[in-house]
Unconditional design. Structure first.
Length: 383
């Protein structure tokens, strides 16, 4: 198996698996869904490219090529839908128009307007383009360029330091690398140049998946662990396709089956730990909010007690003062029954004033307004 075949298989597997990982992180997230759709189209395109190139007969290669072109025409539309979901745009009409054009070109791709057959180039079969084949790469160019324009426009309007701005940088770099690499597959039929860009498409898939995962849910260590598991399984799958002897094939299949099952168990354990950690972090945040609310209520209570104490102290002082003046005969003589009642009133008002003073003292302590004045005293006199 030559390097072009290997790169096509690797691209197909990595595209699908990375897209699936992103989707499974948050199945309700529309961005993850659109990325999975795009990754699936790229995966299908890559495996069909391998089937075309590895076909021993021209008829088989042509049949695979028909399917390849139909799937390939879905890639720019899926990419546009992904960019729209990524930026949160509402352009339903454009989505339908691009989809309709893609469907129409898919029908035309089966006619001689697009291709008249396949011919041998670089050791495998490739398209023999028809008169209007140029429409195919032009369709790619228009939609991808427009999608990149939307990203650049959003980047220019987004404030510095925002997460979306950082993600857009990833998208622009990855998009430029990935689609430049994918465009090299038009070179054999247009300029007779070997399609060397499959490897760049793999870089695109990795970059975009990384940017989504990094800024959404998970840390870098987890992503690297997942990619290590992914690459290990990818390497084992490639070993299966490159097996020469029957024994080697059986051994490679057995090893892959064992490692794949172990990888699933390992990833499930990792995801469970993450869900538990996120649940705990959510509870901690809820407790922080509740504690903050309690602190606010405590502050309000303290302020209320302080205000209420001040408001109560004034009328109590007035009552105490008038009772004292009446007892002292300021307003004339009173009988014994009235004097007993006024003395009880005076004592009660004194007790309540003392209680209010205590409440004010507590309020000052809670608000941090209590001042302590340290003095040297005679302990004997205090006793």
């Amino acid at each position: 198996m030559n390097l072009f075949y290997t790169s096509s298989i690797a691209l197909s597997l990595m595209s699908f698996l990375l897209g699936l990982i992103v989707y499974l992180k948050d199945r309700k997230n529309n961005l993850g869904k659109q990325w999975f759709v795009l990754s699936t189209f790229i995966s299908g395109w890559a495996i069909l490219l391998y089937l075309v190139a590895s076909s021993p007969r021209a008829g088989d290669a042509l049949n695979w090529q028909y399917l390849l072109d139909i799937v390939a025409l879905g890639i720019p539309v899926a990419y546009f839908n992904f960019v729209v979901a990524f930026l949160g745009l509402k352009v339903r009409a454009q989505v339908w128009i691009f989809g309709a054009v893609s469907a129409m070109l898919s029908i035309l791709s089966t006619t001689t307007f697009f291709k008249v057959g396949v011919i041998q180039k670089f050791g495998f079969y490739w398209i023999n383009p028809g008169e209007y084949y140029f429409v195919f790469p032009l369709f790619f160019l228009v939609i991808v360029t427009y999608s990149l324009f939307l990203l650049i426009r959003a980047y220019m309007t987004e404030p510095r330091g925002s997460i979306l701005r950082s993600q857009i940088i990833y998208q622009l770099i990855a998009g430029a690398i990935g689609f430049s690499g994918g465009a090299t597959n038009f070179l054999p039929q247009l300029f007779n140049i070997f399609p060397f860009g499959n490897y760049f498409v793999i870089i695109y898939i990795f970059f975009v998946s990384y940017s989504i995962l990094k800024y959404q849910l998970f840390n870098l260590k987890l992503i690297l662990a997942e990619l290590a598991i992914l690459l290990l399984n990818l390497f084992l799958i490639v070993n299966i396709f490159t097996s020469h002897a029957k024994f080697d094939l059986m051994l490679n299949v057995s090893v892959f089956t064992f490692i794949f099952a172990f990888s699933i168990i390992l990833l499930r354990g990792i995801y469970k730990d993450i869900r538990d950690r996120e649940r705990i972090e959510g509870l901690v945040k809820e407790m922080e909010v509740a504690n903050e609310r309690l602190r606010a209520m405590e502050q309000q209570k303290t302020e209320f007690v302080s205000i209420a104490s001040h408001q109560l102290r004034t009328p109590l002082t007035v009552i105490k003062g008038y009772a004292s003046m009446i007892l002292e005969g300021t307003f004339g003589a009173i009988n014994d029954v009235a004097r007993d009642a006024l003395e009880n009133l005076f004592k009660s008002s004194e007790e309540i004033v003392a209680l209010v003073d205590d409440l004010l003292t507590v309020s000052r302590i809670e608000q941090g307004r209590m001042m302590l004045n340290f003095e040297t005293i005679n302990l004997k006199g205090l006793v």
